[in-house]
Design a protein around this ligand. Structure first.
Ligand code: CTP
Length: 402
């Protein structure tokens, strides 16, 4: 379940393109996220893909025929109360019809009746995308407030390479979340999120790091985007996909993270520090691989900067951000240690998590956190997905920014 999609009625228009074979996957992803997906197939689309494919994944009737007995009210019923009209794939022909207000099939007539936002996922072959007529139609629609996702460059069905591939369903899901989140409670807010662990090199091969994977930080970035925020995601090395719409800055070391955070936070409304910054780094990094020896050895370490402390110092000179949220990863005395961090780091909110508890902490998809605020409030959250933890934290941030 994805909150921004839950119980939202999404109209999915599918038009004539070979990329239509990917549309049932998109319909399935939307349905699994909790959306109510009403599919409208054009005649050309129905040559590539069947209504049954969509009905099988959405569990809802698919609409095709403008001349069905109930069609004169059908398009009004479909349009009314829809949260978003997605046209994926959107052919050059449908793009032209939408730009010119044509009403010659159930999709285009519904598009005229709908008052919701529209997201286009164009797909076309052989240089069509760059044709001035297509680009002019696109501009008309963009000026009218439509969103456009893609197309991507790559190999096309004809064997040619160029710009014209429909984005993958997972990417489109990200764009749909952005379109639905626009105007949310964090609209117009700049939120900086840090995620993942840092790498402190010992030599060209070895490094000091920790078990953080970045999942909680990336979930926070996605949750802030779902509420309409502008998000900068500063991440230590992580294999996770960047949430659609986030500006990602990759760093390796704690010092690099500090530089990136100080710059981004200077104009941000809130900083959510989920990164596990290494507290120490090797005093020196050996230029060549250290060789094995038979005797015991020690590694000299020096402290890394405390990023949050540096942000507080920068803010004291009359700056941003207004809201600071930290994490307290503890293996003992959870609430006492977290409350001490809330005070010493001058945070508005701290998310305390006991990393030794099963299902909470590093690498898992779930987390159990307790939120402590500067007014002494304590909110204990249940063991739940990192996505839901992130949503709750972002709701608290929105309230703090009001
Ligand atoms: N943090 C930071 N800079 C560091 C280390 C941590 O800004 N060099 C931030 C983390 O992102 C987190 C908060 O401080 O939001 C608490 O991090 P944590 O590792 O739990 O605590 P430390 O301050 O490192 O204290 P300790 O290791 O003694 O628990």
């Amino acid at each position: 379940m994805i909150s921004v999609l839950h119980n939202q009625r999404v109209l999915l228009g599918v038009t004539g393109s070979i990329a239509a074979y990917k549309a049932p996957d998109l319909a399935s992803k939307l349905t699994q996220a909790g959306a109510l997906v009403d599919v409208i197939l054009t005649d050309s689309a129905a040559r590539f893909i069947t209504a049954l494919s969509f009905e099988s994944v959405t569990g809802r009737r698919v609409h095709t025929d403008l001349w069905a007995a109930d069609a004169h009210v059908q398009h009004i019923g479909l349009a009314e109360g829809a949260a978003l009209l997605v046209v994926a794939p959107c052919s050059a022909d449908t793009l032209a019809k939408l730009a010119h207000g044509r009403a010659d099939n159930l999709l285009t007539i519904t598009a005229l009746a709908a008052h919701c936002a529209m997201l286009l996922a164009p797909a076309m072959d052989g240089g069509m995308w760059l044709h001035p007529a297509v680009q002019a139609n696109l501009q008309t629609l963009l000026q009218r407030g439509a969103h456009c996702a893609g197309p991507a460059a790559g190999r096309m069905a004809s064997g040619q390479t160029g710009i014209g591939r429909m984005l993958e369903p997972a990417q489109l899901l990200g764009h749909i979340r952005l379109a639905l989140g626009a105007g949310g409670v964090l609209a117009g807010r700049q939120i900086v999120v840090t995620a993942g662990g840092t790498h402190e090199a010992i030599d060209p091969v070895r490094l000091l790091t920790n078990r953080s994977t970045g999942k909680q930080g990336f979930a926070l970035a996605q949750a802030a985007l779902d509420l309409g925020a502008q998000v900068t995601l500063i991440s230590g090395p992580s294999a996770l996909e960047t949430p659609e719409g986030a500006v990602r800055i990759d760093v390796q070391t704690g010092q690099q993270m500090q530089r990136a955070v100080l710059q981004a936070a200077a104009t941000a409304d809130a900083l959510l520090m989920a990164a596990a910054v290494s507290d120490y780094r090797p005093q020196t990094t050996a230029p060549q691989k250290l060789k094995r020896s038979a005797t015991a050895t020690t590694l000299a370490l020096e402290p890394n900067p405390d990023v949050l402390a540096a942000v507080v110092a920068q803010r004291a000179q009359g700056g941003w951000p207004r809201v600071l949220v930290g994490f307290a990863a503890e293996s003992e005395n959870l609430l006492e240690n977290a409350a001490a961090k809330l005070r010493s780091k001058q945070l508005q909110l701290v998310a305390a998590n006991n990393i030794s508890e099963p299902g909470a902490g590093f690498g898992t998809d779930t987390n159990r956190v307790t939120l402590l605020d500067a007014q002494g409030g304590v909110e204990e959250l249940p063991l739940q997905s990192k996505a839901l933890v992130a949503e709750r934290i972002c709701a608290r941030v929105a309230a703090l920014l009001q």
